[in-house]
Design a protein around this ligand. Sequence first.
Ligand SMILES: [Ca+2]
Length: 435
Amino acid sequence: MRNRIKTLIIFFLIVLIALMPIYVYIISPYLKSKPKFLSSKTIIIKLTDCLKFSDPIVSCDFEDLSGWKIEKGNVSVTSKDYFRVENSLYITSNEEFIISQKLSNNTITFIKGREVFFSFWFKPLNASKKGTLNYAWAEIRYRIGQNVTSVFGAKVYPREVKWYCAFVVAQVPNSSEEVFIVIHGNSLGNKGFNGYVDTAFLGLWNDLKAGSEKGQIALSTIIPRYQFDWALYDVWLGLGFFVKSLKPETYIIKSVKIEVKIRNPDYGNYILFYKIAQANDKNLAADGKEVLRDWRGLWAGSLASFCKVSNATIRAVNSTSDIYFSFCEEGHFKDLRFYKVNLDKEICYECYTIGGFAEWKYSSEWGKNCSKYVVMSLGVIEKAYISFSKLPKNISMSLTVNWGEIVFHNTILGKYYSIRDAGTETITLILILTS
Ligand SMILES: [Ca+2]
């Protein structure tokens, strides 16, 4: 009898163990963390206002000096070197140089109460390794009554004789009576500036930032151009994104997905996607291996996303070569390169493309160390060209991050790391375009 019970128990145990794969199969979906919707923001944009905002800077390409006021320094227009569109400013000064432009009342009405982004490019005549020679920075200055307030961007220290981008983001108060954009340059010890300045840009941007215990996720968008022609609305949209792990020793980025679509399409509406590009802290190509060389794509959404990173520098060898994004980490600069990303799928409505998404993966293989795991990713949809005939039009942009968790294994075979799924997080920015 006792033997029989023993045999029965052993039999049941064998059956239980044999059925193990089935339990694992049933339980495993529950072990995977659920997707989490972090945040969403809806912004209403009046397209008629966008028209008023076209060309807010006079001589933004420095074909001549009209619109600009030289506050300090010797400034002349030259064709010797330029970043975009022939001619740039050539500046020599024995102390800090300052040039400024007062924005028109129309522009001020439009930018009041909003976040404004101002950038320009500069190239030093010579540079020092520490960047203390011929550095430059951007300013947005506004006046309310007798009070003048200046918002300065970070000083950009050139380490090579190349084109660099300096920028500033400021919230312009509703009560502002005058607003100026200002360009500064100098060298350490107030020794002055020698170099070129070109391509000033003023843009309005909208952004959405969200964070969880794993990391920061941000999306930013800018409408650089809009026109109404033949009963059709044409909108150019730039999009920037930024993802950063807050605990890089624990959470890594497994994949990033970006999606843009018209939420209320009508027949004939469509979206055309131009370049999509990503850069990451490990400089991995991820998807396509092609390097983004055309800097023009970076002036819109991406520049906005860069502002999320402290100590960021954007550099171009010349106007048709590679763009680098550098940031200062533990006292030294790290160069990031932009790689193109392929559009994975188009979203269609009545045979027209009304959206699409791109998803790319970073390394999440096991390894002897963590050197291939990506903890920061940023990039851009250079341009999404959207055409439609009826307002309002709702456009949504989503950014989804699949986080991974680093697991350390210490086995008799050796020490190694692997990645466990830590769930996905999504943020969505919705633009409602109205008349
Ligand atoms: Ca120019």
